[in-house]
Design a protein around this ligand. Structure first.
Ligand code: SF4
Ligand code: SF4
Length: 383
């Protein structure tokens, strides 16, 4: 057990992450009451805060790496404590000391791949635009209406490439002049930052910002809520502001402007999963629902935990790269919640959610019970 008391670096990092605000915590435990971890195992953010506020953190502890940054508990805190910032600050210290529990080691592989190839999943940089080869998607030029920032999972992951193709199809059908960056695109860096690798985040962000400026990018369409969040809320730390639109919002805009016409009947019972970084972190709840409601034949049904109370898929905060035992996966619970409301499709708009749900669907043997779809895949079928 590596207890360092008082651990000066922890206290310094905490000061940098918001200072004495952590000392405001009066240990009410409201954060623990809403944390999704307590559905599958014991985990106490309250305890982490108390230890950290006094520099008593055990940096080997696996709990340092548990928070998925789902955003549920910050809203509950009567004292305004920023629990996510605290988790990230502690991870920065552990990263600096290179102290990682076994379940976190795979996040190191992601980090190395980000440094060498600009993506966390060991895809070759030169192959970043391969998904678009037969789809006549053009490289971005400054006379184009929008840049489509594809993101890492949609560029390389076989399941997620289908979402990139559906997105390109929608943009083309709506007559949007768009292009992609291909090899010049780097991971947005959102998730690696949450694992405490601040320098890797900054390097990725600076590369993207330079490319956006060099290429004359004005409006950016993104598929991932994590790209959305970081471009919108974190890149301004570098004194830049880009017009960022999530694809679920853009589809609604295209329909309302009469550029995209929906045809046919979609006879399915669909439930919408609010991704944490679209919903709680960025307040986009209604736009995707409005799109789904415009599809003829589609029956939209809500799970009890929806909107602000949506259950995290377990993939945020870099957890997508860490090992989670099957009995502790939030995505298993989420799939069961979707089945409980008799949905035949669990729809969402986040690469981490889809990756986790597809894995749970397979492990739970629900392949014939429910499908997982990105909103673009549904819309692409109906145009
Ligand atoms: S909700 Fe706020 S005050 Fe209560 S234990 Fe959590 S961090 Fe502390
Ligand atoms: S942000 Fe979410 S996962 Fe992290 S401690 Fe709060 S409720 Fe738990």
């Amino acid at each position: 057990m590596e207890t360092l008391a008082p651990f000066k670096e922890v206290i310094d990092e905490i000061k940098e992450a918001g200072g004495d605000i952590f000392k405001l915590c009066f240990q009410c435990g409201l954060c623990d009451a809403v944390c999704p971890w307590n559905k599958v195992r014991q985990f106490s953010m309250r305890k982490l805060i108390r230890e950290a506020a006094f520099g008593l953190t055990e940096i080997e502890e696996e709990d340092l790496w548990r928070c998925t940054t789902c955003g549920t508990c910050p809203d509950q805190c009567p004292r305004g404590v920023k629990q996510i910032d605290l988790s990230v600050a502690l991870r920065r210290v552990a990263t600096e000391y290179e102290v990682f529990p076994a379940s976190v080691k795979s996040a190191r592989t992601a980090r190395a791949s980000l440094i060498s190839e600009g993506n966390p999943i060991q895809g070759e940089r030169a192959k970043r635009a391969d998904w678009a080869k037969d789809l006549s998607v053009k490289p971005f030029t400054d006379d184009m209406e929008v840049l489509y920032f594809v993101g890492c999972y949609l560029s390389y992951d076989p399941r997620m490439k289908k979402v990139a193709a559906a997105t390109a199809n929608i943009l083309k059908k709506a007559g949007v002049e768009f292009g992609i960056l291909g090899e010049k695109e780097n991971c947005c860096g959102e998730s690696i930052r949450k694992t405490g690798s601040e320098k890797v985040f900054k390097d990725l962000a600076k590369k993207n910002i330079k490319t956006f400026i060099d290429k004359g990018v004005k409006k950016i369409i993104v598929s991932s809520p994590h790209c959305y969040h970081t471009f919108k809320n974190e890149y301004p730390e570098f004194m830049v502001h880009f017009d960022v639109v999530h694809m679920s919002e853009y589809i609604l805009e295209l329909i309302n402007d009469g550029r995209l016409e929906l045809k046919g009947e979609f006879e399915h019972r669909v439930t919408w999963h609010d991704p944490c970084y679209l919903g709680r972190h960025n307040n986009i709840y209604e736009e995707p629902r409005e799109v789904l409601k415009k599809i003829s034949g589609l029956k939209l049904i809500e799970m009890e935990a929806h909107g602000k109370k949506s259950l995290c898929c377990g993939g945020g905060g870099g957890r997508i790269w860490m090992d989670t035992p099957q009995e502790e996966r939030f995505s298993d619970i989420r799939i069961k919640q979707a089945i409980e409301v008799d949905a035949t499709i669990l729809a969402t708009a986040c690469p981490y959610c889809i990756t986790n749900f597809e894995e749970s669907r397979l492990n739970l043997e629900y392949e014939n019970t429910i499908e997982i779809k990105d909103i673009t895949e549904i819309v692409s079928e109906m145009i």
